[in-house]
Design a protein around this ligand. Sequence first.
Ligand SMILES: Cc1ncc(COP(=O)(O)O)c(C=O)c1O
Ligand SMILES: [Zn+2]
Length: 411
Amino acid sequence: MREGAFGNATALACRECGQQVALGPFYACPECFGPLEIAYDFPRITREEIEAGPRNIWRYKALLPVPTDIEQSPNMEPGFTRLLRADNLGRELGIATLWVKDDSTNPTNSFKDRVVACALSAARELGAKVFACPSTGNLANAVAAAGARAGIRTVVFIPSNLEQPKQVNSAVYTDSLVAVDGNYDDVNKLASEIAGEEDGWAFVNVNVRPYYAEGSKTLGYEIAEQLGWRLPDQIVIPVASGSQLTKVHKAFQELVRLGLVEDKPYKVFGAQAEGCSPVSVAYKAGVDAIRPVKPDTIAKSLAIGNPADGIYVLDICRQTGGAVEDVTDDQVRDAIVLLARTEGVFTETAGGTTVAVLRKLVETGQLDPELETVVINTGHGLKTLDAISDRVGPVATIAPSYAAFTDAGIV
Ligand SMILES: Cc1ncc(COP(=O)(O)O)c(C=O)c1O
Ligand SMILES: [Zn+2]
């Protein structure tokens, strides 16, 4: 490993017992098997220094486990996506100040480009030969594209029942898309087995997970910076493994600790689909343990039945005064159309889940409509067209004549 391979990161630290191990391709604590996270020695950094950086996640490179010359290595340059003021949707839902963080405009159209960029850097610095992942779809797209650009072999594993556009969006970048007969949790287990057997394979969300996960912090940094270096009062985030939610919270905490934003209370809310809601079920039952489920929902990108970071999501949502909520597939479909027709943003089923949960949180009085609220759209609707193809389409099919147009009653 070269000097400075992981920037200001100093070690891997166990989230459970605090045990530290040297930076390397490790993800589980040797003492208690708890998840390892990156520990840093952050330098003093100013808002101006960050603002002078590139318009992508590398403007925050001092806060990520990447080398200072990260921009020199071929990568997808994700991030710095739009934070849209969503007054129309806000009016519809009765929320005074609402923002949509639209991460569907990343290079492969989901927030996964952020985490993959950090994982790619780690894989490169650790000398990996193969860049791989088990995926619910979006991650496979991001890994396959980033690997192609970086010139490293990619192998991506998905459940075989995945939406066809997500399969094509991987296979176009790699000759090694592997469809596994099983659900995501089966695919994940297989990936862990391969990672244990094969040398030189970097599974982004398995053996380089600590580095990968840090990429989601950039969503939190960007939201704060784009609000004018402020934290929102409330934020609604989709939950599959739960990694993204925990890292957005971590990002807010770090910004406070670094003096880049003022400390203030904020509430974190998690969003799941009813057909895969192990975290929301535990939240509502008031218990700490998460019971794994077999997913059955159109929100396939969120279909992780045994979420690795679920217990931390519970902790964060409870501690901050937020909640975890779930919605039906029909509510997801409605919310996709609602977001599109109010804000011109076409989200996939994960975003439909998040917007539907936002609506339910307001209706049930769990979210305060008077407080400033951010909702994250993590992926693009073109990848899950089937979800709404029964709901939207031509209002009429007419002959090419003015009479036919007026007869159709459109004016
Ligand atoms: C579009 C989209 N949103 C949200 C998530 C959830 O992310 P996490 O596993 O970090 O909870 C995923 C992936 O799993 C996803 O593909
Ligand atoms: Zn430990």
